[in-house]
Design a protein around this ligand. Structure first.
Ligand code: SF4
Length: 152
């Protein structure tokens, strides 16, 4: 499989298979991927329109038990600097996001052993009016898995 051929194929409007995508992921130089992606955008957007999404990462908590070696953000449970973002703080952060033109939220943060499944309905119920106006909310995948695995 040749990287150049795959990029040319993509430029010709052909879909790539999963294996071809994987090949590009591991082998294609980033500048060539960027150039190809930009050319594909220009093919589809004749007026040269470029769009992007303004979103905000909000940390649900800095309490975490994952202990990633590179991380200086987390605090162990019970640490004096630990926090859980309150509903009022979420409101403030979402309002700031709207004010600056954003409409997407990423819920990021530590893996708090006591922040269980109950967090999801509390979050949704109290922030529903804001959620309706967001284009999307993303949960950091690992964070969501932790929530789903913990029982209240
Ligand atoms: S999971 Fe996130 S918050 Fe927790 S230690 Fe790792 S990087 Fe830090």
């Amino acid at each position: 499989m040749k990287t150049v051929e795959l990029l040319k194929s993509a430029l010709n409007g052909n879909f790539l298979s999963a294996d071809e995508g994987k090949h590009l992921f591991f082998n294609a130089p980033t500048p060539e991927l960027m150039w190809t992606g930009n050319e594909m955008r220009k093919q589809r957007k004749k007026d040269n329109t470029v769009t992007w999404i303004i979103d905000r990462n909000v940390n649900t908590t800095n309490v975490c038990i994952a202990n990633c070696k590179f991380c200086n953000f987390y605090r162990i449970p019970g640490h004096e600097e630990s926090y859980i973002t309150t509903i009022e703080q979420y409101k403030q952060k979402i309002e700031e996001t709207f004010r600056l033109g954003g409409d997407q939220l990423l819920l990021q943060g530590g893996h708090h052993p006591e922040l269980g499944l109950a967090f999801i309905p509390i979050f949704s119920k109290n922030l529903s009016i804001y959620i309706l106006n967001l284009s999307s909310i993303h949960w950091a995948l690992l964070r969501l898995l932790i929530l789903l695995n913990w029982r209240d």
